[in-house]
Design a protein around this ligand. Structure first.
Ligand code: SF4
Length: 342
């Protein structure tokens, strides 16, 4: 029995390892030159501040398994369901794979902040994204472009999410807690700075999240203002002037910041969109692939033999992504035992 997995982010790696442990042969396809997907962009994880790199190393070490064949720098250019129920995947290196089952672990892509032109990303030098900030944490240094230390930093939530202007109605689920985590890390590097988060709603759904949010306010002196940014501009000192509305007191707000951090949300990846179109999979309006049944078939799709794991179906945190990958491996293993001849 063999399974083709597209995407070697956390979900694809974890599912590959679990399937291989069941004695199933796995072909794991990854378009980049390394595994780990978006985990490579992260420095520390929430809520425990564990190193993202350490987790990535564990996941990639698991791939040294005799039943796993890893194809790096390789794209799935065409996916076809065969009449015999198998799935064929044409690879960019010319090889053609045929699998008893296919698992899509095509993850998510981060919202491109330039699309919210009014926030000034790519225009003003001191407007950065949450991913750019993670990179600064890796180097243990937060500076403005000039090299000066920022005195006042603002985090803007919901950039590219819950926004009807760009037809993204979904909540990306993780950016609230990421902002809290990043605000705390920023405080540790810049003890004297003023740090403010501008939020629409605080969504602290995971274990330890609410506690981290409280700690951010009580121990780390992070301010939280309920308000949505309408526009940002730049003054002659390259500071960022923001206009927002404090929606708790109903008053407009204008503030000058040294650094503006945009908490970019998650969108369906190009790989997910392409696979969904080639396989006629049902998609949510946001583009994420819909499971056959949200309660009792969350890893199945509307096509027999085609399964999903991780953020290709919805934004989810790493804990849930890994659990979802294990659930997908279990579902596939049961399905193969029922549907293939040994
Ligand atoms: S998790 Fe928070 S910041 Fe992210 S989209 Fe949802 S409400 Fe907005």
């Amino acid at each position: 029995m063999n399974v083709i997995i597209i995407g070697a982010g956390p979900a694809g790696c974890e599912a590959a390892f679990r399937l291989a442990n069941e004695g199933i042969q796995v072909d794991l396809i990854e378009k980049e030159n390394s595994t780990g997907g978006n985990l490579n962009n992260w420095y520390q994880l929430f809520p425990d501040r564990k190193s993202a790199k350490d987790l990535n190393t564990i996941l990639s070490n698991h791939l040294q398994h005799p039943h796993i064949r890893l194809h790096l720098n390789t794209e799935a250019t065409d996916i076809t369901r065969e009449e015999n129920g198998k799935t064929s995947v044409q690879l960019s290196d010319g090889a053609l794979l045929t699998g008893d089952a296919l698992l899509l672990a095509t993850g998510f892509k981060l919202f491109e902040a330039q699309r919210k032109e009014e926030y000034g990303y790519g225009i003003y030098e001191n407007v950065i994204t949450s991913v750019n900030l993670e990179n600064k944490f890796i180097n243990h240094q937060i500076t403005m472009r000039s090299g000066a230390l920022p005195q006042r930093i603002g985090f803007i939530h919901c950039v590219g999410s819950r926004d009807e202007k760009i037809c993204n109605y979904h909540c990306s689920k993780l950016c609230c807690i990421t902002a809290v985590k990043q605000a705390i890390e920023t405080r540790e590097l810049l003890p004297e700075a003023e740090i403010i988060c501008f939020y629409m709603d605080m969504r602290m759904f995971g274990p330890g999240y609410e506690e981290m949010y409280r700690k951010a306010q009580e121990k780390y002196n992070i301010k939280f203002i309920r308000g949505r940014l309408s526009e940002a501009s730049e003054n002659q000192n390259k500071q960022i002037i923001i206009k927002a509305e404090d929606t708790l007191i109903g008053k407009p707000l204008r503030m000058t910041l040294d650094l503006l951090v945009l908490m970019v949300g998650m969108e369906a990846s190009e790989g997910s969109q392409k696979a969904a179109s080639q396989l006629h999979l049902t998609q949510a309006p946001s583009g994420f692939i819909q499971p056959a049944d949200p309660h009792y078939g969350n890893n199945r799709t509307n096509q027999e033999g085609v399964f999903i794991a991780g953020c290709c179906s919805a934004p989810m945190n790493l804990t849930d992504t890994l659990a979802d990958a294990r659930s997908a491996a279990n579902t596939i293993s049961e399905w193969l035992n029922r549907n293939t001849q040994h």
